[in-house]
Ligand binder design. Structure first.
Ligand SMILES: [Zn+2]
Length: 475
């Protein structure tokens, strides 16, 4: 049936001006055909497996032996312990591939011989009598990651950093209002940054430096001063929350996910490989995952607790011990986020002025969505942010910043901080200036009421009788 199915494949091509004749397809995979893909993968698997016999494959640091050949569709990676073994294997595979009427492209392939951690230039590989270029000669990019002769990600990281700056500068110049630029960061730049951060071994301190660059731009776009704390931009438990995501938080979540993905993989070989996720000295992904797990186990022991003023049982949590593989992954990720938020809270507690909102009792949290931000004008948004974190140019702040000499209120002589100006100046209270707007509204309501009351006065006074209509009478 398969033979019959693949026997008569015809295709033709159309350009703008003409269409070719029907051509018979002899080699290749037809787009949209489900069978040929499966067949191709099966055949490739057979070829790969048949070549494995000659070699034992590399031994990892964890002690496990990995298969010498790894393939994804038509891409193949061959790793061997000895240079000679590699050559035998290439020869074998070359023969099988030629038998299968396929062809290697040596120019598109790369080879690398390592001895004591350094690349050997003298040892070269050939396939079908053609030389394979080494990684040193020609760099190669696979799934967005560059493989270079230096065997490190330093250049890739530097590229990512400069690209981030380019992107931010381009957004800066686009002439849109600041809130739109912030939206572009959140939905355009951030997701594109996360992939290079995942595939390269980027130290956490580098990511922090990148975040500082981003913070500078975000501050400008939201119209807040340079002294505005970055906690104000990303805090998720403060009194005013913005819909922005911090790069470091996303980076940590991504790395934690990578750790779990490799450690709990369904593939035995991946699980055993013991791949180390390098994230620098400051923060370690493996430790963060372990921390998150022990925290989750601990909260299992503690059980459900109340949160805020809600009653017991209003907030439910999923049990770590009963969670499945997938649920555990999401639980760990949210736990990593929670840890980040806790760090932010401790930082906020150390800030005398901009962390004062921690002591505000009875103030409702406000969560700004993108929808809210669209509706708010730029100046108002800036005012809102600056008033919550007390960085408005009040006389006291101006004195602190060294921009004026007199921190006192012009009306009552007390220090005029934000609270004083907004609600507690004695002179203003006496004059009724704080309640002026409120009183105006009340006055406009009171006026018609008063009018109605006076109108009622003019009515006749005394008892009013309702004449009773007897049976047979007319009213
Ligand atoms: Zn005053």
């Amino acid at each position: 049936m398969l033979q019959h199915y693949f026997d008569n494949f015809f295709l033709r091509f159309s350009t703008e001006s003409f269409t070719t004749d029907w051509q018979r397809l002899e080699v290749g995979i037809v787009t949209g055909c489900t069978i040929s893909v499966v067949l191709f993968a099966t055949a490739m698997n057979l070829i790969v497996k048949s070549a494995e016999k000659t070699s034992r494959g590399p031994k990892m640091a964890s002690g496990s032996i990995q298969p010498p050949t790894r393939a994804f569709m038509d891409d193949m990676t061959i790793t061997d312990k000895l240079y000679v073994e590699g050559r035998w294997m290439l020869q074998d595979i070359g023969e099988i591939i030629t038998w299968a009427r396929m062809r290697f492209k040596p120019a598109k392939s790369r080879s690398m011989v390592l001895r004591k951690g350094a690349i050997q230039d003298s040892a070269r590989y050939r396939v079908c009598d053609q030389l394979i270029p080494t990684v040193k000669e020609k760099h190669v990019k696979c799934l967005g990651k560059w493989y270079r002769g230096s065997l490190s990600d330093k250049e890739s990281i530097a590229d990512t950093e400069s690209q981030l700056k380019d992107w931010l500068n381009q957004v800066e110049k686009c002439g849109l209002p600041g809130k739109f630029k912030a939206w572009i960061y959140q939905h355009g730049i951030l997701p594109r940054l996360l992939w290079p951060l995942l595939i390269n071994s980027v130290p956490s301190s580098t990511v922090e430096a990148m975040e500082r660059t981003i913070n500078g731009f975000l501050r400008r776009w939201f119209g807040v001063p340079k002294s505005f704390t970055s906690l104000g931009l990303y805090c998720t438990k403060s009194k005013l929350q913005l819909p922005l995501k911090a790069l470091t938080e996303e980076y940590k979540v991504t790395k934690a996910r990578q750790v779990i993905m490799l450690r709990d993989s369904a593939d035995e070989k991946v699980r055993e490989a013991g791949v180390k996720i390098l994230t620098g000295r400051k923060w370690k992904a493996e430790e963060a995952v372990k921390d998150a797990e022990s925290r989750l186990r601990h909260s299992d022991i503690v059980g459900t607790v109340t949160e805020g003023r809600l009653g017991l049982g209003c907030v439910t949590r999923s049990q770590w011990s009963k969670a499945g593989q997938k649920e555990r992954r999401t639980l760990i990720q949210s736990e990593v986020r929670r840890t980040e938020e806790e760090h932010r809270q401790t930082k906020a507690a150390a800030l005398g002025k901009q962390g004062r909102w921690l002591n505000w009792e009875g103030v409702q949290q406000r969560k700004l969505t993108w929808g809210d931000i669209w509706k708010t004008e730029g100046d108002r948004l800036s005012y809102l942010l600056r008033s919550v974190y007390d960085v408005l140019p009040s006389p006291v702040n101006l004195k602190t910043w060294g921009l004026s000499d007199n921190p006192e209120c012009k009306h009552c002589g007390r220090p005029a901080n934000l609270e004083h100006i907004l609600s507690s100046c004695k002179t203003f209270l006496k004059d009724g200036r704080y309640t002026w707007r409120h009183d105006r509204v009340l006055a406009s309501i009171a006026e018609p009421l008063d009018h109605a009351r006076r109108f009622q006065k003019n009515k006749e006074k005394g008892v009013l009788f309702i004449p009773f209509v007897k049976e047979g009478q007319t009213g």
